[in-house]
Design a protein around this ligand. Structure first.
Ligand code: DAH
Length: 338
């Protein structure tokens, strides 16, 4: 048996030395150390040995097992080191690295941030409201009668339960006044929805920014000063603004604001709607609140609203509004803070 052990040792060590890859090495491990491997088979022969011989052969077999295991482990490390070295050799450390891709903010987000910064300087806080609104918040409370064309199913997305996707952010004026007593000074950027045919200047979902200031004694001069300051800050020095009389159900008097800058071709462009909050709106809010906080005899205020997509188009020279929603990275990555 002793010679068998010695022969197996030579055979096993030679096979291991010859194994040229991990697969061949694994085969050797199974062949010599496995449950039915050569060493196990040899161990079975121990049964036929005398009591005296058994411990001697047992010791030799254990030594054989350790020697084969050590040789297998050593060879495995050597093979791993070899393949690692080959992998590293294939890397050209002098090649330039892969630069991480830097993301950027959406142009509308940049514009909202900029607008918020300007209004913050005048003490305006940000207000919010739900995109799914009641007819009362979106229309009735804003003095918009049931037969007004905006309330038509052709113009507005209605839900089966009678609620709707807000057609303007003006509903946030109502939400704010119902929940907070005056004085208030808020701006509210958010999505608005209309059943518009989508084209280069219209989307069914667009972005607006609403503004509202209510306190005792607020006048048209405050409205004018606020919006002149805002648009001059946004468009820069030399910006001219004019207030053109218009009609909105929830303001009286109402105006549209046009803007003209030499830098942008010196043409007048329409940018926003605004006016003094109609006393009927304040009265309806008072009725809902059940108090006198918004008594039109005691407080007054102004409101304004504008489309941020349009404004962004004017500021950046983008000619198709759809580009803001198409998620084309070539377009989106072009904007740095406005
Ligand atoms: N809600 C109007 C619209 O979507 C814009 C607007 C006009 C808002 C006058 C106002 C306002 O707050 O006073 O066309």
């Amino acid at each position: 048996m002793e010679t068998q052990i010695a022969a197996l040792r030579i055979k096993a060590l030679a096979a291991i030395a010859e194994a040229s890859d991990a697969h061949a090495l694994k085969e050797s491990r199974v062949r010599f150390l496995g449950k039915t491997g050569s060493i196990s088979l040899l161990s079975e022969g121990m049964r036929h040995l005398s009591k005296e011989e058994r411990p001697v052969m047992g010791k030799l077999l254990n030594e054989l097992r350790s020697a084969v295991t050590a040789s297998l482990d050593e060879k495995e490390s050597a093979l791993t080191a070899q393949s690692d070295a080959a992998a590293f050799a294939a890397i050209d450390a002098t090649l330039p690295g892969t630069a991480p891709e830097v993301g950027s903010l959406h142009p509308l987000t940049l514009l909202v941030d900029r607008a918020v910064q300007i209004f913050r300087r005048l003490g305006f806080a940000i207000a919010d409201g739900p995109d799914i609104e009641t007819e009362w918040h979106c229309f009735d409370a804003l003095n918009t009668p049931a037969d007004h064309p905006a309330r038509n199913e052709q113009d507005t997305f209605y839900l089966p339960d009678g609620r709707l996707l807000r057609t303007h952010t003006s509903s946030i004026q109502i939400r704010t006044m119902v929940n907070h007593p005056p004085p208030i000074r808020i701006i509210a950027p958010g999505a608005a929805y209309r059943r518009d045919e989508v084209d280069a200047t219209h989307l069914a979902q667009f972005t607006q920014m609403e503004g509202l200031a209510i306190a005792p004694g607020i006048s048209l001069a405050d409205l004018k000063g606020t919006l002149e300051f805002f648009f001059q800050e946004l468009f820069g020095f030399g910006t001219e603004i004019r207030f053109r009389p218009h009609f909105f159900p929830f303001t009286e008097p109402s105006y549209e604001i046009d803007l003209c800058t030499e830098a942008r071709g010196g043409k007048w462009m329409e940018l926003a709607g605004c006016g003094m909050v109609d006393p009927a709106v304040l009265a309806e809010v008072s009725r809902q609140r059940g108090d006198e906080a918004y008594d039109p005899e005691k407080v007054s205020g102004f409101a304004f609203g504008f489309g941020l997509d349009r404004l962004a188009m004017n500021l950046t020279g983008v000619s198709d509004i759809r580009m803001f929603t198409e998620n084309d990275l070539r377009f989106l990555s072009r904007f740095c803070p406005l």
